[in-house]
Design a protein around this ligand. Structure first.
Ligand code: PLP
Length: 414
C-alpha cells in the first residue's frame, strides 16, 4: 500500500502498520517480547545509543510493538511525536516529573480526573505551586497566571461532571503568554476532537479508556503536537537542546520521564490497545448515540434531579461542545431526587455494571462520592461540583433499546 495522505480516520489506523512493512506479511504488528536488541556491529550499538541512527536499545525506552502503537496514536492526534506509557497516570506523572522544577507554578482546571487531582497534591509537596480554576471560562485561567506559570492543564470533558473547558480561548491565551498548554483528551478521544486544533502543545490520552476500548489493557500516551515553541520553555536541560527545538520537549520527556521513571508500556498491552483502536470510530459513534439517548431519557424522568451531559441543550457548555467536538462523548452523570437511595437504584440495574472503568464496551456505573472521589473528602468534592448522590455512567455499545429499558425499569421500581 503506497503512502497517501488523505485517508479517513479508520482507514489510516487499520493500514498504518503496513506502511512500514511488517515481518512475514503479518497483518498485525507482532508482539515483540525481547527486552534487549542486539547489533552485529558494536559501533552501530554505540550510534543507536547516541541517537545518531534509529534503533531499539532496551525495552524500557522503546519496543517495536509499542512504537507501532505510538505511530498510530500520533496519526490520530496529527502530532509530531507520541510516547506511550504503562498507564494514563504514567503519562501524566512523567510529563510533570520531566518538565517541572521547584518554584514553578501550574494553573489547572479544578474539574479533574481524581488521580490527577491527587498527583497535583504530590507535586505541591515538591515545591511546585498549583492553582485550581474554573476552566470553563478563560478569564479565570488568565487571572491565575503568574510570571512563573509553566503549564496550563485542562481536560476536554471533565470526568465525572462533564464540564467542558474553554478550550479554544485558553489555547489563545497560552499562545499569547508562551505557556505550555496540556490537554487531557481521554474523554473525547482524537476521533471526537484533536486538541492540536486549539493550540495544545501536549496531549494526553489514557489508552486504557476508549482508545483501547475493551477494558483489557492499561496504557497512556503523550503527543507533542508541534504547536508549542520549546525555546520559550525554561526547564529544558542543555543536553536536550542539541536537536531541533521541535524535538526538545519530547526528548526530555522520553529521557527524564519515561526512561528515568520507567512507566513503560508492555508489548502485550500495546497489542491489545492497537487492536482496540481499529474500531475506535465505530465504537464512539455507537456510545455517543447511546449516551445521548440515555441522557434524554434521564432528563425527562421526574425521579431524576439533574443530568450532566454536554449533548443536552440544558448543559452550560452545550454550544462550545457542539462547535468543537464531533459528538458529545460517552460519559454522563446524574443525581437522583432526594429520598431515592442511589445504591438501591444501582442494584436494580441488570445490564449496567457497578465498576470503575470508563470507555469500556459495556456500560459501567458508579456512585462517585462513595468510591473514586471518596478519598478527597466532602469539601474538595463540593468545590468540584460533585454532589454526594452523583452517579457516573460510562455508556457502552449495547443495543440502545436494551440499555434504555434497563434504566427505565430501574427507575420505575423507584
Ligand atoms: C482514566 C483516566 C486517566 C488515567 O488513566 P489510567 O490508565 O487509569 O492511569 C487520566 N485522565 C482521565 C481523564 C482519565 O479518565
Amino acid at each position: 500500500m503506497t503512502e497517501k495522505k488523505n485517508y479517513g480516520f479508520t482507514t489510516t489506523i487499520l493500514h498504518n502498520d503496513r506502511q512500514k512493512g511488517i515481518e512475514h506479511g503479518s497483518l498485525h504488528k507482532p508482539v515483540h517480547t525481547s527486552v534487549a536488541f542486539g547489533y552485529g556491529d558494536a559501533r552501530q550499538l554505540a550510534s543507536v545509543f547516541q541517537g545518531k541512527e534509529p534503533g531499539f536499545r532496551y525495552g524500557r525506552q522503546g519496543n517495536p510493538t509499542v512504537s507501532a502503537l505510538e505511530d498510530k496514536v500520533n496519526k490520530m492526534e496529527q502530532g509530531v511525536a507520541t510516547l506511550c506509557f504503562a498507564t494514563g497516570m504514567g503519562a501524566i506523572g512523567a510529563v510533570f516529573q520531566a518538565l517541572l522544577r521547584a518554584g514553578d507554578h501550574v494553573v489547572s482546571s479544578s474539574f479533574l480526573f481524581g488521580n490527577t487531582n491527587s498527583l497535583w497534591q504530590t507535586v505541591a509537596g515538591q515545591g511546585v505551586a498549583v492553582d485550581f480554576v474554573d476552566a470553563t471560562d478563560v478569564d479565570y485561567v488568565a487571572a491565575a497566571i503568574q510570571p512563573n506559570t509553566r503549564i496550563v492543564f485542562v481536560e476536554t470533558i471533565a470526568n465525572p461532571r462533564t464540564q467542558v473547558a474553554d478550550l479554544k480561548r485558553i489555547g489563545e491565551l497560552c499562545k499569547e503568554r508562551g505557556i505550555l498548554y496540556i490537554v487531557d483528551n481521554t474523554m473525547t478521544t482524537p476521533y471526537l476532537f484533536q486538541p492540536k486544533t486549539v493550540g495544545a502543545g501536549l496531549v494526553i490520552n489514557a489508552l486504557t479508556k476508549s482508545i483501547g476500548g475493551h477494558g483489557n489493557a492499561l496504557g497512556g500516551s503523550l503527543t507533542d503536537t508541534g504547536a508549542y515553541d520549546w525555546t520559550q520553555f525554561p526547564n529544558i536541560f542543555e543536553n536536550y537542546k542539541k536537536a531541533a527545538p521541535a524535538q526538545w520537549g519530547i526528548t526530555q520527556i522520553r529521557a527524564k520521564g519515561l526512561r528515568d521513571f520507567g512507566a513503560s508500556l508492555g508489548p502485550e498491552a500495546a497489542h491489545h490497545i492497537a487492536v482496540g483502536a481499529e474500531t475506535l470510530a465505530l465504537r464512539m459513534e455507537r456510545t455517543c448515540a447511546n449516551a445521548k439517548a440515555l441522557a434524554e431519557l434521564l432528563e425527562a424522568d421526574e425521579r431524576v434531579a439533574a443530568v450532566y451531559y454536554p449533548g443536552l441543550q440544558s448543559h452550560p457548555q452545550y454550544a462550545i461542545a457542539s462547535a468543537l467536538f464531533r459528538a458529545h462523548g460517552s460519559l454522563l452523570s446524574f443525581e437522583l431526587k432526594d429520598g431515592i437511595d442511589c445504591f438501591d437504584f444501582l442494584n436494580r440495574l441488570r445490564l449496567a455494571i457497578p465498576a470503575s472503568n470508563l470507555g469500556d464496551t459495556r456500560t459501567l456505573i458508579i456512585p462517585v462520592a462513595h468510591t473514586i472521589f471518596y478519598e478527597m473528602g466532602a469539601e474538595r468534592r463540593a468545590s468540584m461540583g460533585i454532589a454526594e448522590s452523583l452517579i457516573r455512567v460510562s455508556v457502552g455499545i449495547e443495543d440502545t433499546a436494551d440499555l434504555l429499558e434497563d434504566f427505565s425499569c430501574a427507575l420505575e421500581a423507584c
